[in-house]
Design a protein around this ligand. Sequence first.
Ligand code: BES
Ligand code: MN
Ligand code: ZN
Length: 508
Amino acid sequence: MMVEVIQGRIEEMEDKAIVVNLFKRVKRPGGATGAVDKALGGMIRDLIRGGDLKGKFKEAVLFRTFRKIPAERVLVVGLGEKEKFSLDRIREVSAKAARHLRDAGVDSYSTIVHGAGIGGFDLREASEALVEGALLGTYKFDRYKTELKEEEKRELRRMRVLVRDPADVGRVEEAIRWAEPVSVATNFVRDLVASPARDKTPTRLAEIAVEIAREAALKCTIIDREEAEKLNMGAFLGVAQGSDEPPKLIVLEYRGGKKGEKPIAVVGKGITFDSGGLSLKPAKSMEDMKEDMAGAAATIGILKAAAELKLPVNLIGFAPCTENLPSGKATKPGDVLKTHTGKTIEVRNTDAEGRLVLADALGYATGFEPQAIIDMATLTGACMVALGKKTTGMMGTSENLMERLKAAGKRTGDYVWPLPLFEDYEEQIKSDIADVKNTGGRYGGAITAALLLKKFVKDIPWVHLDIAGTVWTDGGAADLKREYLPKGATGIGVRLLLQLLRDWKQSP
Ligand code: BES
Ligand code: MN
Ligand code: ZN
């Protein structure tokens, strides 16, 4: 969908539909909604009086104008209680409006910026939320369907954001310049995560990364099996060993910061399918394991967006990609793997493979002397038990960076919450025969996994995000429900990290 800003009066707009809004309990709307109501001879007030329109949050009332104004239809969306209004609610309302119009067969609409007037939000921030909501909320993953119904084929073509004051055009343009690439990158990541494992092998992901690098002027290096052997990445290779698909460690570099400024490293787990390996998962637990590369997908998406947005930072992304399968060649429980840093890991359970590939990727990343490392990984079921499916688990060595991530989470809706890394848990991952073992028992599984990662980041400020719970939504009671999160992959981490990087300050 194309998004553009236009200066004018909403009641004078000629379009398939115009969108205005209503807070709960408002009987006589003012502002843009009032102007439309007046031009329509009081139709909106009549709807309110008749009980057909209440201003309830996410309510959507669509009606024809019968040529009383140039627009063919009016959609009034409910903003709910004024006290509960937020940027996230703007995102939701915008997503709801876009979907409602699309499903009604409208392909082009003009909207005011919800929340910028009486809502009291900054015009640029509200416009960002508006654009994000519409682009994220109308996301579909239907490329594998060959029998779409006519309604399912409907697509929005254009959204026009209307401002009355010519002086406001620039602010909205700025907002679109941010929110559009960010949303497109998020949807791109959703596509990757939703794709079947057979169509996103490590080789294919590496090709995609190379393609993106060419388009976005990033530097891309693919470390293949041979190269990984030279770099002594025994843990990464140990996971890959059971698969016929060759592993690829994707490295993407973006230089938008000052010359000589240390880069920020982003590392993402890229298990394109996690069967568990010889410690095979039960069938039910394996069903969704194509999503186990969401960290890698987010890493690629973030680098792509960073280049498009020309973020003023130096960034380097690492995505260790491999399948985790059982075979006659697979790593066995009890095997000891030697990592890039020289540290050894005893594999007690081949299903705890994420920390193995990350051990090598993190260790390798430290060699680039980054000022900070942030990793994203669908790492543990234990994190889902601890925090549920609505919040990303966060652990790390930099309180400052974690605070900033928390703030970025609040701002974007990609919520994160800390779990501790107390030394007391270390005992659980002590190995009798190697430097560390890859399982820590039933209790505190998200923490013991993170403690293993910590051994590979030296003293570089580091934060680990466990996205196992937040990577996917089925729309169930346990899933995070937002109008801009359609069923499927959420694209978790993309908006969060881009928000963090947007006003990056070196952590002390
Ligand atoms: N990829 C899984 C974690 C996961 C579970 C992600 C559910 C998304 C949804 C990970 O590789 C894994 O299997 N972890 C094990 C670790 C255990 C064997 C120590 C787990 O959490 O059970
Ligand atoms: Mn696993
Ligand atoms: Zn996994």
